[in-house]
Design a protein around this ligand. Structure first.
Ligand code: 6PG
Length: 265
């Protein structure tokens, strides 16, 4: 049975406003974690949606660049494409161009997935990186301070695609995942690890995501078809940052701050 979760969704008028809310959430989580534990460990997504958020975090004209404790941040990815770091499809490359090349984050604190290696090797090496940097012992698994997710119009998140093997992975932290529907391999964090995040948030924009967003959060529980339904954090809380186009088939937000709540049982 899926774990009950309280979903708070915030509907922003435009993609720009959604990116800003995501940059604020990133900043708040980093400041809070650094104050509480001396380090902030954040796992980010790739694709296209996070680009605008990264640009805001890196902009000298915005408050975030001064607020984020870059010297206490450890940056990880939730997934990567099996391509070299300078490839147009690389999540690392996108993040480097939009963020890393513009902020004072020491390279030894940037933990990229090595998409250029064999998927099995890249996944095993990334699991070792996480074990070492989190100083995990035995069967311990990592607790990220924030996991920022996206959602594909097929309901996938990270590289947990419909009807793929990684959906059944319960013991590893990172796995290679063959994605027949894209005829490719990906490297991805597993959903039990994502669900252990202190804060887990989806950033979703655009009309192409309207129906799948409705089906994932208001439709029947069928995680093989909609892997985003596997995201039920152990904290019992899940945040959605949405633009109006993506959220148009959800109930209108009841609260004055444009937030609404869904109780998933
Ligand atoms: C990736 C991502 C993936 C992404 C969704 C949404 O590597 O593609 O991590 O999970 O978040 O595909 O992508 P868009 O933001 O491009 O719609």
């Amino acid at each position: 049975m899926p774990r009950p979760v309280s979903v708070t969704y915030r509907v922003l008028p435009t993609p720009e406003a959604t990116a800003r809310a995501a940059a604020q959430l990133f900043t708040d989580a980093a400041v809070k974690a650094a104050a509480a534990r001396g380090t902030a460990r954040i796992a980010i997504s790739g694709g296209t949606t996070p680009k605008a958020m990264f640009a805001l975090l890196a902009s000298p004209a915005e408050p975030f660049l001064k607020q984020v404790p870059w010297d206490k941040l450890e940056l990880y990815w939730v997934d990567e494409r099996c391509v070299p770091p300078d490839h147009a499809e690389s999540n690392y490359r996108m993040t480097k161009e939009a963020l890393l090349s513009k902020v004072p984050l020491p390279s030894e604190r940037v933990h990229r997935m090595e998409g250029e290696l064999e998927p099995e090797v890249a996944a095993a090496r990334y699991e070792a990186v996480i074990r070492n940097t989190f100083r995990l012992e035995g069967a311990e698994t990592p607790t990220f301070d924030l996991v920022q997710l996206g959602m594909g119009d097929d309901g996938h998140t990270a590289s947990l695609f419909p009807h793929t093997d990684a959906l059944n992975e319960m013991s590893h932290i990172v796995v290679p995942n063959h994605v027949p529907q894209k005829d490719t391999w990906r490297i991805t964090l597993t959903w039990p690890v994502i669900n252990q995040g202190r804060e887990v948030a989806f950033l979703i924009e655009g009309g192409a995501k309207t129906q799948v967003l409705h089906d994932v959060f208001l439709g029947p529980y069928q995680p093989e078809t909609y892997p985003s339904q596997l995201i039920r954090p152990a904290s019992g809380r899940l945040t959605l940052l949405l633009d109006a186009a993506a959220a148009s088939k959800l109930p209108a937000p009841a609260n004055s701050d444009s937030t609404g709540t869904l109780e998933l049982r």
